[in-house]
Design a protein. Structure first.
Length: 131
């Protein structure tokens, strides 16, 4: 429940309930401790092959500059792979990689240990070249 509530723009979570047992278990969330609600252990499930690669999960959000880091990375990766439309989509974003403040929020929250600050600079330079 906490994981879902921590996602940007999520105000409510409505889980499925099969019976009174499920309902009782869900209601225990209200009295749970911060430690019980901590879901950081999921970062340990990260496949080694994904470490250092953005998988567009948006755990880095919210970006104080308003960058949709996942989609910026996705358009960059698609453009590198030869997708001509990706650059066009990137150019239409309201906030691009050039808006990065260098605050490090994204780097601290990425379960895949992607250095997003540095990546935003690389992405900005790539799209400035007019690819």
């Amino acid at each position: 429940i906490q994981y879902c509530l921590d996602r940007p723009a999520v105000l409510t979570v409505v889980p499925g309930v099969r019976g009174l047992g499920d309902l009782a278990e869900l209601l225990r969330y209200r009295e749970s401790t911060r430690k019980e609600r901590d879901y950081s252990a999921i970062a340990s499930f990260t496949p080694e092959a994904a470490v250092g690669s953005c998988v567009y999960c948006n755990h880095c959000q919210p970006c104080p500059a308003g960058i949709d880091i996942g989609i910026v990375n996705k358009y960059y990766d698609l453009a590198l792979a030869g997708d001509k439309m990706a650059a066009n989509h990137y150019q239409k974003l309201a906030v691009g990689a050039d808006a990065c403040l260098g605050c490090g929020h994204c780097d601290r929250h990425c379960p895949f240990k992607v250095k997003q600050q540095a990546r935003m600079k690389t992405i900005c330079e790539y799209f400035r070249k007019g690819v």
